[in-house]
Every structure is written in structure tokens, then in C-alpha cells.
Write a protein that binds this ligand. Sequence first.
Ligand code: AFP
Length: 352
Amino acid sequence: MASNGSGGGHHGDSEVKTDIITLTRFLTEEQHRLGPHATGDFTLLCHALQFSFKSIAYYIRRATLINLIGLAGSSNMTGDDQKKLDVIGNEIFVNTMRGCGKVKVLVSEEEEAAIIFPGHGKYAVVCDPIDGSSNLDAGVSVGTIFGIFKLDDDAEGRAEDMLRPGTELVASGFTMYGASANLVLTMKGGSVNGFTLDNALGEFILTHPDMKIPKSKGIYSVNEGNSLYWTEPCKAYFESIKYPQEPGVKPYSARYIGSMVADAYRTLCYGGLFAYPADKKSPKGKLRILYECAPMAMVMENAGGLAVTSDQRRMLEVVPEHIHDRSGIFMGSYNEVTKVTEIFKKHGVVAK
Ligand code: AFP
């Protein structure tokens, strides 16, 4: 696929881009690449997704101006106090997924039960509509994380249909609402592509084609406030990068925003390691498998990185026990995650 907007021309002294690859064009070209048996259902689903991202981006950009800051006065099923934008983001997501007619099952962080839509949608979607919402009131970047599964033809569309490994995702990604709205999208066996929302055109523009995560980078991202509860192998790994014994080896830099989407996007762009380990306080970890860990693991792997659980299993092979199940996670650059696995192995923790 040609790099974006390269087909431009000099019109007078201004560089006018006349060959822009929008997300809409990208999806259409992907569908054509799949050939005549592609029904277009997936493309339509993705169009509905992009509309939800644009709407959420709009309300987040205006939140302080139109009193959308603060709590909604309700809490979700994992006991988190819901922000007003958690509720609005979730409603926008549920309505666009229902409205596109291509989705049968939706699992959302803000919904206790899986939503089963009427009709014959062939897809199931998992999402965290506003990830990092505890950062919203401070204007820190937040995001939407999503994953798409294809349902078996005879599937009635039940919550149980969602208890499947990330290896079965047909697509995943996230949109970060920060300085600009950045969407990262990957498809099964495909590349990772980044798009930036041009608010003037109202279009996501392909700005980061074929993203590859650097193999190594001395940046780690973890909530060290939990280190008291970390397991010995986890402590040993972070000690090894903070206090390297080898002569001439510099300690890693720490970066932690507290919004997985923002920490993941930086890690994807610069390299390094993001982790939310399982620990003595949260033996199953904090982050949810279906709509946080698995979609992110697919992005990291397709960008040339890795993602493992706290017991060093491949994150994408984990089958959740229920739709809001959690897992510890280490993800990012190939060599950085490999270092984690090597140190955990020294402490007797190997993937079973
Ligand atoms: P919120 O959506 O409640 O802000 O949680 C964000 C999150 O799920 C994920 O985005 C962060 O990586 C992680 O939790 C932050 O958790 P800590 O506040 O415990 O570091």
C-alpha cells in the first residue's frame, strides 16, 4: 500500500495532498485484497467503530467545556466509580455496534453481562470504551481498546462464545485520545497501521503505516506503587533493569501514565516494556483479558513484539474463565519481554 498522501502535488507554493489514504479507503482496499468472498460485513463494522471513536474524541475534547468532567454517580460491575464519560463512551459504543447490524455479541468493561443484539450479526466485539478514565479529569490521555472475533455460523450468540483465546481475534486495536486522536489497527496475520484523526476533514488518515516496535529499548512502564506486593521473580526483573550490575550498562528510564492505551502507544512507538504484573494484592492481576490484555497482545505481536502473562504463558493463548477475567501482563519489545521470561525462568516460573 502506497505511503499516505505521498501523491501530492505542488499547487502554487503549497504542498497539497491529493492522494490521502483515509481509514475508509484503507478498509475498502483491504476488503478488495481479500477477494470476492469478502461480504463487506467486517468493513461496515469497522466503519461503525470509527464513528464511535470520532464521537468519543469529540466529547473528550469538549469535556471541560460542557461539564462532562467528574463522576456519573454510578459504578460498574468491578466496583469502579464510573465517570460521566465512561457512561457516554459506553452508550456511544453500544449504539454504534447495535446500529451497524453486523455484531451479535458485545462485551464492554462498563456492562456486567454480555449484550446479545437481535439479528444475524456474524461478529462479536469486546471493548473498554474509556480506558484510563481515572485520568480524565486531569486531561491525561485515555483511550478505547477493542477486539473483534468472528462467530461460528451456527453460533446463537451467548456470553460463553466469548470465552476464547486472543489467537482467535480477527482484528484488534485502540484509539488514544491525546494531543490528537490516534487509532492503531491490526488484523489477523497482518501489519499494524496507525491513523491520526484530522478534525477538519473528520477522517482518520494513515500516518503510521506498518508500525514495528523496536526490538530493544531501556524504558519500563509499571506502577511501582505496587512493588511491595510483587513476587520475587518480578522484583528480580525490575531490580535488574534499575540497578544493572554489568559495567557500562545504564539503568532503564521509567515512564508510567496510568492509562494502558497511552503507555502502550508510547511503548509501540519507542519500544520498551509495559507491565501490570499479578501480585500478592491482585493474584490474577488487574487488567482484563478480553478487552485489555488480548487486543494489546495482538498489536504487540503483529508489530514484532511479545506479550506474556505473569506465569510466562503467551498472552494470546489465555482463555478467560469469564468475560471480565483478569491477568498479569508483560508486553512490548521482543528483547525486553524475553529478558523478563529469562529472569522468571531463573526463579522457576516457566510457561506450563
Ligand atoms: P481506569 O480505567 O480505572 O483508569 O484504569 C486504567 C487501567 O485499567 C489501565 O488503563 C491502566 O494501565 C491501569 O488500570 C492503571 O492502574 P493503576 O492505577 O493501578 O496503576
